[in-house]
Design a protein around this ligand. Structure first.
Ligand code: CA2
Length: 144
């Protein structure tokens, strides 16, 4: 059986590719899913890609990743990165390693994006590489 990697995406990322291409690039989340899928096959991994605009869904999916014995979670919690202690608690409640992912580098942007609650629980953070951030994170997950 191949190892499963959960790739969880937070609010508004369903609209990726429709605005602010100078910050986030012009790829859609489906484009990123396809790119990850190709690389996952090469790495012998199975990708479980999800997106939700609801914080609780992300919490539930972190728990599910643990229950499914996933090898790792790649988490782009989007704006919840900067607000959600519930997500931090969920990350700390599971033993599955979580890698924080961002398309942009939040620390070079507005002050309110500088703090990451997710980062307090994640084993690693990959940011600022556009869609490639997900690929770099997948490679890191494969090596865990
Ligand atoms: O850079 C990232 O990946 C972010 O997680 C993206 C979040 C932002 O709140 C974080 O600070 C950094 C925003 C996601 C918004 O998604 C988009 C929706 C429509 C068009 C472009 C992006």
């Amino acid at each position: 059986m191949t190892d499963i990697i959960y790739v969880l995406n937070g609010p508004n990322l369903n609209l990726l590719g429709t605005r602010e291409p100078e910050i986030y690039g012009s790829d859609t989340l489906d484009d990123i899913a396809a790119m990850l899928q190709d690389r996952a096959v090469e790495l012998g991994l199975t990708i479980e890609m999800r997106q939700s605009n609801h914080e609780g869904h992300l919490v539930d999916w972190l728990h599910e990743a643990q229950g499914s014995d996933a090898k790792a979670v790649l988490l782009n919690a989007a704006a919840y990165t900067h607000t959600s202690i519930a997500l931090l608690d969920a990350i700390k409640a599971i033993t599955t390693p979580v890698i924080e992912v961002h398309l942009s580098d939040p620390e070079t942007r507005e002050d309110f994006r500088h703090h990451s609650w997710v980062g307090l629980g994640a084993v690693q953070c990959v940011k600022g590489h556009g869609p490639q951030s997900y690929l770099i994170a997948l490679e890191a997950a494969a090596k865990l």
